[in-house]
Design a protein around this ligand. Structure first.
Ligand SMILES: C[S@@+](CC[C@H](N)C(=O)[O-])C[C@H]1O[C@@H](n2cnc3c(N)ncnc32)[C@H](O)[C@@H]1O
Length: 306
């Protein structure tokens, strides 16, 4: 064994030790994340602390417990934006929400909501759609994340002008109050959203959901963990309910066999109804337009990871 081999071997042990420490001390089970993703994110902390090797970083962590939070923040990067991916929100506004709101009660969940832009965008769309009819509906928008700091910002609902750059002025005037330096989501929108801390590796906190948005979150997870999370979503949805994933994400394994695809471009999936023709009195089943798009033997089109 060369000294380089020994170095690699020790670094590998320190890498495993680091994952164990983060699990034991910070409660983050790193085994659900992809190793290449973990290594890319840890590299940022190794550089920032000047430790440069996993062995030295493990020693640094033990001496500086505040570093746990910084490592955690770095692992759960929470970039997000209002109405991120316009076409997806257009699909929600013009197709999905009108379909869902044929029912008087609609339950939605933004899973991995980061600093709140996604659930607030959804709440704004619901308000735009229902207007004065809103009080006649029971609307629940749950929003969750693992990152407490991000959640605290989400609950506050305060953003700077740059974060609203993609929003048109009339929309900003209607849904945000400007205090001179920042913009706060107005109370009637904030009241529609309930934020909570939740680890996606655990079963959902809610059942009978009509719509789950879980977008740009799966990139962090190993394929097995992605499948586990998608099955949690499957179990949390009512029959006929929808799952919207990120545009670069695909279902694989068991979830890819369970869900129908309602829109390929916007990555919208549907939990099929038990009755084969997917019709219901509430009209929330697979619509005719969807069925025209579908082409697998069971009447659906799968998007399956290679
Ligand atoms: C890139 S943001 C996506 C935000 C939003 N969904 C969007 O598309 O704009 C990913 C979020 O997933 C969260 N996340 C990562 N691992 C998680 C886990 N195990 N449980 C819950 N949330 C997690 C991160 O904290 C982060 O806020």
């Amino acid at each position: 064994m060369t000294s380089a081999d020994v170095g690699d071997f020790l670094e590998n042990i320190a890498f495993q030790k680091l994952k164990k420490l983060l699990h034991e001390r910070a409660g983050l089970d790193c085994s659900c994340y992809r190793n290449d993703y973990l290594k890319r994110r840890f590299a940022v902390r190794l550089r920032a602390t000047g430790t440069n090797t996993y062995s030295r970083y493990v020693r640094y962590l033990k001496k500086n417990p505040a570093e746990y939070n910084l490592a955690l923040n770095d692992l759960t990067i929470n970039f997000t934006a209002f109405f991120r991916d316009r076409d997806v929100y257009l699909y929600l506004e013009k197709t999905l929400l009108p379909r869902l709101f044929k029912s008087p009660e609609v339950r939605m969940w933004s899973a991995g909501c980061a600093t709140g832009e996604e659930p607030y965008s959804l709440a704004i769309l619901v308000h735009k759609l229902l207007g004065e009819k809103l009080p006649a509906h029971k609307v629940k928008i749950f929003a969750s994340d693992l990152d407490e700091e991000a959640l605290a910002k989400a609950v506050k609902g305060e953003y700077n002008r740059k974060q609203l750059k993609d929003l048109e002025n009339p929309l900003i005037d209607k849904y945000f109050s400007n205090n001179g330096t920042s913009y706060r989501v107005k109370d009637f929108v904030r009241r529609m959203v309930r934020f909570e801390k939740h680890d996606l590796m655990k079963p959902s906190l809610h059942k009978n959901l009509d719509l789950i948005l879980c977008r740009n979150v799966m990139i962090f997870f190993s394929k097995e963990s992605q499948q586990q999370i998608h099955m949690h979503f499957y179990n949390a949805l009512r029959e006929g309910g929808y799952l919207v994933t990120g545009k670069s994400e695909v279902l694989s394994g068991e979830p890819s066999k369970r869900f129908l695809c309602a829109d390929v471009n916007c990555r919208v999936y549907q939990k099929p109804r038990a009755d084969a023709d997917c019709k219901s009195s509430s009209g929330l089943g697979v619509e005719k337009t969807d069925q025209l798009n579908l082409n697998n033997p069971a009447g659906g089109q799968w998007i399956v990871a290679q």
